[in-house]
Every structure is written in structure tokens, then in C-alpha cells.
Design a binder for this molecule. Sequence first.
Ligand code: TMP
Ligand code: ZN
Length: 424
Amino acid sequence: MTQETKSPVRQVDNCRVCGGTDWQQVVSFGPLPLANSFLEPGSPDEEPRFPLGVMSCRDCRLMTLTHTVDPEVLYRTYYYVTSDSQTISQHMRYVADLCIERFALTEGSFVVEMGSNTGQQLAAFQDSGMRTLGVDPARSLAAVANERGVETLPDFFAADTARRIVKEYGRAQLILGRHVFAHIDDVAEIAVGVRELLEPSGVFAVEVPYALDMLERNEFDTVYHEHLSYYAVDTFATLFERHGLRVVDVERVAVHGGSVIVFVSRDDAPWEPRPVVAELRQLERESGLFEDSTYEEFARRVDHIRDTLPPLVRGLVADGKRVAGYGAPAKGSTMVGVCGLDAKDLEFCLDTTDLKQGRLQPGSRVPVHSPEQAAQNPPDYYLLFAWNYTNEILAKERAFLENGGRFIVPVPEPRIVSLADLDG
Ligand code: TMP
Ligand code: ZN
């Protein structure tokens, strides 16, 4: 071969947690565009598309994408900005307080966050008097964080980054990874880095969407190219035990459709695992996470949404109703991609993010409008792509509902919400 260009796509062979190769295929959504690649109007018709499917390791029950896309392609220019929603701001304060209380952090404790985005979570720790350092590969986001006074290295977190931090800043009492671990391919490398960077009694807090919630609530749109892995507590235990670490505590939280914060320490640290760790691992077994049939049923329920949501939307449009999307989150891109919805079905998507407004939703090419623009001519129905903020959004859009507007909430299965449902 003379001119070999490295493909940005790689098929997953070995399980990144246990090394296994006994895979159960779960869902396959075909080639789809990258969920956060919002397009300029008038972009060429052909967007790059990459295979998107999920399989489950029969040994450790890690769920993984069948293919990975090169992180340089995904993250170096990245538009995802941590949500400034009330739900998430409150949650970040809660996370800081939880870590401080459970693991005896004090003023001056050193907190490092991987995937720290614009520094919003670390700012909550600064408010409690802690020293902080962020690490994020998206240079534009790291710059925003540095500007607001949250020192941030514009890097991927890896073992060598950890060593550099130890040398220049010292070891950390707390390492955080909120909604970043699912994005990481070489998790062994992260575990090694974490063990080196942690104080002997330090704690690593990892927050991810919880596989059990995702499966039970049909949250298939959590699947996009950035989310390589979907974790159960048991799978985390397998991973960390291989690297001299152990799970000592878990907290289930409601954000992003049901997540877990898993607390991990060195295996020689003074923290005894709390009973909830064994209880959740037991619950996962009882819920069938180790059985093929659970994943087969999940795939069937996803098919059901794919079969019912488009006719629901198109039926409304055929009746002369106007339908738009509410929010243009990455999972909305999966939802339209899987369901085959496009600009003939949805007039626009309302989204509060400046960077998305004026662009087109990947795949569907539905234009993204600001809330102000949307309010000038509201549709009859909003398809709620941002269903993880249902309560906050229904409260905020009371006037829309009072004027007869309705929401279509797509998961766990499509349902229509009107004012009567709220007050009834
Ligand atoms: P996220 O689930 O990744 O945080 O993305 C949520 C998206 O929904 C983000 O693009 C912002 C948007 N959004 C709104 O447009 N209005 C809202 O009230 C909320 C909470 C989110
Ligand atoms: Zn495995």
C-alpha cells in the first residue's frame, strides 16, 4: 500500500474491562453521524457516518459500542458545554458536599477532575475552600475554565498526566470523573493513573449513567459515539480490582436518566466498603444483568419505540399539527437517527446553547432555534429530546402547556403530556 491513511474507526475485539471476547450483540443502529457535530446550514449532503452498535461482554457484562472513533476526531474541537440547567447546578453542589462529608475532605484538600469541561464542578469545590486542578482535552473548554479561575490542563487524563500532576502539584485527596468514564477506551491506563495520583487514603469518584437504569427505562438514546461503555457496579468492581483499587461506596442519583456515583479507593486504604456496594451487585444479578434475555428484551423494547414514535409524530403532522424538538442534546441525534425523523417531521429544535443555535441537528438537519425564536411561533407539540430534565422543563414551560401545548416524552415509551397530566 502506498498511501495509507489511518482509519478513525476501530472495531472492538477484547473487552476493555476484563479482556474477554465472548460478546452478545445487543443493538445495531447502523452508520450514524457524530451526535454533537451540529452542521452549518448549507453543509454538504454527506456527513461522515460511523457504525453505532452495542454489545455486552458475557464475562463481566460491560456494555460497549461495537466500534470506537478516534478521540482526536471526537474531542479536539468539541462543542459540548456542561449544562447550566438548574438540575445540574444543584447536582454539582450535591456531589461536592457528598464527597466532602463521606470522605472527610477539609479546606485545602487537593481535588483533580478529569474531563472537567468549563470548570463548573470544580468551582463548587473551590467554594468549599479546596485546591483544584482540571484536566480536559478540549482546548477551547480548558481556556474557558482557566479564565474563570479554575486551573485546567488542556490534556487527556492518562498515566503520564497523573505522574506530572504528582510532581508539580502533589497527590490528590479526591479525583473526580463525572460523565467522562464512559468516554474512555483504555480504562486500564486511567486506573493506573488514578492509583498513582491518589493519596493513600484518597478517593476516586466516578459518575456514569447506570446500566441498570438505562436497560430498565429503555434509554437507548444514551448510545452515541462518545459513550463507549455502559457500566454496572459489578463491572466497575471487576475493573478496579484488577488494578489494586476497590469500590467502597455507591450513590444512585437521578441525573441523566439515572446515574451512579461509584467511589473507589486504593485496596490498602482505610475505607471499608459500605453494604450498599454488595447490595447493588446483588440487585444487578437479580435484575438479570448477567443473562442474555435481559438484553434481548431491551432490544425488543427499543424496536418498539422505533416502530411507534415516527408514526405518532407523522400522524400529528398529517393532522395539521406542528411538531418541534425540545432541546438538541446528543441523545436527540441518536433518537432522530434511529427513528429516521427529519426536517419534514420536526420544524425546529429549541435549544438554549448558543453554539448550537443557527446550526442543524446532525443527521436530521432540523434547524436549532433559540428559545426566544421558538416562543414567537410555538408548535403544538414538543418532542422532548432533553427528557432527563423533564421536571425542570415542564415547570418552565407552564405557559406553553396552559395554551394547549403538549409534550411527547419518548422514553421509557412514547407518551403525550398535557397540562391535565401535570395537575391531575
Ligand atoms: P444534556 O442532557 O447533555 O445536558 O443536554 C441537554 C440539552 O438540552 C442542551 O443542549 C441544552 C438543552 N436544554 C434546553 O434547551 N432547555 C432546557 O431547559 C434544558 C434543561 C436543556
Ligand atoms: Zn468483560
